[in-house]
Design a protein around this ligand. Structure first.
Ligand code: ADP
Ligand code: MG
Length: 273
């Protein structure tokens, strides 16, 4: 810990605060995320450590880079040190668009979308065993100083889930929950595709595809699977890919490879090579 200087707090998350930090060895600005493990079971603790080890192996330009972890036994805290994404997250962008009555240009939407797919491709097609994100939402899609898209908060949700004490304190509205999650079926890579579809819809419509005032009503809407068309100014191509990703049956949803074959995506992926 003495290798870093703690700077200002960036925000509070469900598991603890996120701080900007300076690495003393080279003055690099990074962030750390505090996890208060006083509330975790032994199993959860060892899983966090294991998960962070997997994350540190994920090396991709569209995934928030994890650098290190520090365990402070006295304070019962784990610090996860990772890349700093200067331009914030997609939830902030959506909020800004809403208050300024602005919208995200179609070309920018495709650019963001392609980078999300590239990140998921890296995870879902990994030779050493696939990694699922499990918590794709606008707040976990970050932008660096060059506005490159970086997926963050990988895998952690798997550990801090269900039985966890955290789960009980963290009862937000599950807007991005898939039909199979509602039906308590197994989470697989198609579940990540569902939530990416929700994220894509939200950056366009500036609201999630399914909304309701309580969990039950929301669950019913999600299972019904009917979505309103995205605003007129956006193309039929975008509408179609969203409908495909939001197929209620997981088997009918595209894989990352199928998404990569969509001409408008394929073209933009070539440009990034
Ligand atoms: P949540 O539990 O809601 O996912 P997080 O703990 O991930 O929240 O994040 C809390 C706040 O810190 C958010 O405002 C988020 O944008 C910000 N944040 C998290 N990670 C980073 C990062 N790597 N770079 C910049 N900001 C970050
Ligand atoms: Mg997050």
């Amino acid at each position: 810990m003495e290798n870093y200087e703690r700077l200002e707090e960036i925000g509070k998350g469900s598991y603890g605060s996120v701080y900007k930090i300076r690495r003393k060895s080279d003055n690099q600005i990074l962030v750390w995320k505090e996890l208060d493990y006083g509330r975790m079971t032994e199993r959860e603790k060892s899983q966090v450590v294991q998960e962070v080890n997997i994350l540190s192996q994920l090396n991709h330009p569209n995934i928030v880079k994890y650098f290190d972890k520090i365990v402070d036994k006295e304070q019962k805290k784990i610090y996860i040190i990772m890349e700093y994404c200067e331009n914030g997250d997609m939830a902030q962008l959506i909020k800004k668009c809403k208050t300024e009555r602005d919208h995200v240009a179609e070309d920018v939407v495709w650019k963001i979308f392609v980078q999300i797919i590239l990140a998921l491709k890296e995870c879902h097609n990994r030779k050493e065993g696939k990694v699922l994100h499990r918590d794709l939402k606008p707040g976990n899609v970050f932008f660096d100083i060059g506005n490159n898209v970086k997926l963050g908060d990988f895998g952690l949700s798997r550990i801090l889930s269900q039985e966890s004490e955290y789960a009980h304190t963290n009862v937000g509205t599950p807007y991005y929950m898939s039909p199979e999650q509602i039906n308590e079926a197994q989470y697989n890579e198609k579940t990540d595709i569902w939530s990416s579809g929700c994220v894509l819809y939200e950056i366009i419509a500036l609201r999630p595809p399914f909304e309701a005032s309580n969990h039950l009503a929301l669950a019913q809407k999600i299972i019904g699977g009917k979505i309103e068309r995205i605003p007129e100014r956006y193309s039929e191509d975008l509408q179609n890919v969203i409908e495909w990703m939001l197929s209620t049956e997981p088997e009918k949803r595209p894989s990352v490879n199928e998404l990569s074959d969509i001409p408008k995506i394929k073209l933009r992926m070539k440009e990034r090579e």
